[in-house]
Design a protein. Structure first.
Length: 427
């Protein structure tokens, strides 16, 4: 009997008591734009060694995608932006996979292009052949780091500033106005363009008070016209009038009334070497605008006015001893009833006469001998026996040759400069 029981025991199948791992705790999740990093919880209880882990993810906890976890943490990639995902994990041993963990959920980041720069986010200031762009703050990044700021000029192509902070736009032309727009860029693309801001590059801090002898704004309604810079006040002859000017009001001359503004010769205004005369004029016909001298050519130092050469042209003349003169004539045909900036410059070392129109088109000539100071008056609206019909505004006289950059600064894209602006350059 015992032998039979022993044989039966040997024939009974063995029963394994091993079971799959217990349920894990929910994983920790970190979301990106199109990926989620899954950091599984600590290993659960298991009757034997855990041989692996799985994860699964879903957008509705109904339809799942399963992946083996080969690392911890592990990224789920290729996901949709701005979408909530549920993730579960489980452990595996020799007996099989354990139950899925509770779900953890996270929403992937929704990324778009950056927002547009607002007016207060940035500013722009002119420099010498450049513009300085100051970034006060950047727009919303659209969910992704801004990696560049681009700019464009006058609606042209976008150019990288090679950064995300303040920058300089170089290679510009002094005196030319530019319309500048910005946009921010992230890895998703470029944001919308900002509204434009205008800037006109100019020579750095020109000191237009250097060797400035006199400056007349000519805004008075009648009578004496005051020298804003010094004491070379001009006497009105035959009631010079007033009219709208380039900057404020201007002196208005009528040739039929022989009107002029004048002051006697003095050391400030008489010839002693280099000089520059600048004036805004609103012309009517062939006429003188200004001169230093009186009557016969032998009594003159210089004159500036309009002449009919090939149409109506701007002409500057400088006189040497004996009344011999040399003129430089700008070939541009002028329109009547239009504001222009005229500048006459004489450089003694080379005897060069230069006449510029609107700080751009210019003409040059060389005087055959040296000028000589004459004891005759400085006059606006008159040369010899000729008188002006038209207007003069913002008139200055320097005992030096102005540079082309300084001329461009005075022109100011056609807007002119007040004496207050000129005085500020010498502060």
């Amino acid at each position: 009997m015992s032998l039979m029981l022993h044989r039966a025991a040997m024939l009974r199948p063995s029963i394994s008591l091993a079971t799959p791992p217990w349920q894990m705790a929910a994983p920790s999740l970190t979301a990106g734009t199109t990926e989620i990093s899954v950091d599984r919880a600590s290993a659960p209880h298991s009757d034997g060694p855990i041989t692996g882990y799985d994860l699964r993810y879903s957008t509705d906890e109904t339809s799942w995608t399963v992946e083996a976890m080969s690392s911890d943490p592990q990224d789920i990639v290729g996901l949709s932006m701005g979408t909530e995902y549920f993730v579960q994990t489980r452990a595996i041993n020799a007996a099989g996979p354990g139950p899925w963990s509770p779900s953890a959920s996270v929403e992937t980041t929704a990324v778009t292009v950056p927002g547009a720069f607002e007016a207060g986010d940035w500013s722009i200031a002119p420099g010498d052949e450049e513009a300085d762009v100051t970034i006060n703050s950047v727009p919303g990044d659209g969910g992704d780091t801004i990696i560049d700021i681009e700019y464009r000029l006058d609606g042209g192509s976008w150019v990288s500033s090679s950064g995300t902070s303040s920058f300089v736009i170089s290679g510009l032309t002094n005196g030319q106005e530019y319309e500048v727009a910005l946009r921010a860029v992230n890895s998703f693309g470029a944001g919308a363009a900002s509204d434009t801001k205008s800037v006109t590059p100019e020579v750095d801090s020109p000191d237009l008070t250097a060797n400035l002898m006199a400056f007349w704004e000519l805004g008075e309604a009648s009578g004496t016209r005051l020298d804003s810079h010094g004491s070379n006040h001009l006497t009105s002859v035959n009631a010079v009038g007033q009219a709208a000017g380039k900057v404020g009001d201007a002196a208005s001359f009528t040739s039929a009334s022989s009107q002029e503004l004048t002051i006697a010769d003095n050391a400030d205004l008489g010839y002693s070497g280099d000089f520059s005369f600048a004036a805004w004029f609103y012309n009517g016909a062939s006429q003188p605008m200004a001169s230093k001298g009186s009557g016969a050519f032998a009594h003159n130092e210089w004159s500036l006015g309009l002449a009919f050469v090939s149409g109506q042209n701007l002409r500057g003349t400088v006189y040497q001893s004996g009344g011999v003169s040399t003129a430089a004539t700008v070939p541009t045909t002028l329109s009547t009833n239009t504001w222009y900036l005229a500048i006459l410059t004489y450089t003694a070392s080379t005897r060069a006469i230069t006449v510029s129109l609107n700080a751009g088109t210019r003409a040059t000539a060389t005087l055959g001998g040296d000028p000589v100071r004459k004891s005759h008056p400085f006059q606006l609206g008159r040369f010899s026996t000729g008188f002006m019909s038209g207007r003069l505004d913002q008139v200055g006289f320097w005992k030096r040759a102005l540079t082309t950059d300084e001329e461009a600064w005075l022109y100011n894209s056609g807007n002119g400069r007040s004496y207050a602006e000129i005085a500020a350059t010498g502060a």
